[in-house]
Design a protein. Structure first.
Length: 216
């Protein structure tokens, strides 16, 4: 334990730099996934077959091992940032899409009909009534995707991606040496801290942006 604390004290700036890169690639991928997932959910939630097809495709993405997916992307996107972002977006889609569809479908039809009776068109009903009421469920899906991406993003280091996976794989490559365990533990600890920070942020965001009348 003392050697690990000494390692952190000596290498905290290095770990912080990797953590910032890790957080950035997760945040960018998550933002893209939210735009795609919510938009797709809005398009298909009223159409049962389309919704099932979209969810099936998104679920299929999650069944692909990350090592294999990133490896397949090398001939297409090369090494570095781009293939990692594309892969993370694919992995993040299912929880966001599923919760968007579920959240929109959970809105009481009587409320929607009342809004229609007040003269609101379909777009106004979606933006002013349905999405705000579905928002807590959508954010819950975003939080699940965030936790998924925090771990998977580390795998991106095998194709030159940014983040804490660099130390993780460096430690695994040095198994048996004095620094191996410190590298792995340092990366794992940083990923856990980042996951908690992101989850806290989205929890606060949900509370601040959810209409007061439907807060728990």
């Amino acid at each position: 334990m003392s050697s690990f604390l000494e390692y952190l004290a000596y290498s905290w700036d290095h770990v912080l730099e990797l953590a910032i890169g890790h957080a950035a690639v997760v945040a960018i991928s998550l933002a893209i996934a939210v735009v795609i997932g919510v938009s797709l959910g809005v398009l298909v939630y009223r159409r049962e077959r389309a919704a099932n097809a979209a969810l099936a495709v998104a679920a299929t993405f999650l069944t692909i091992p990350s090592f294999a997916l990133f490896g397949l992307f090398i001939p297409i996107f090369g090494l570095g940032y781009k293939p990692v972002v594309v892969g993370l977006v694919m992995y993040a889609l299912l929880p966001i899409l599923r919760n968007t569809v579920a959240g929109l479908r959970s809105v009481d039809p009587a409320i929607v009909e009342s809004a229609q009776g007040m003269g609101m068109n379909a777009r106004q009903r979606l933006l002013r009534i349905e999405l705000p009421l579905a928002w807590p469920v959508i954010v819950a899906g975003v939080r699940v995707s965030t936790m998924l991406l925090m771990g998977i993003a580390a795998i991106g280091a095998v194709i030159g991606g940014p983040g804490l996976g660099e130390d993780f794989f460096s430690g695994l490559a040095r198994i048996g040496s004095a620094t191996a365990l410190n590298l792995v533990l340092g990366a794992m600890l940083a990923i856990i801290v980042l996951a908690l920070l992101f989850d806290t942020f989205f929890n606060l965001l949900s509370k601040l942006t959810t209409p007061r009348g439907i807060r728990d």
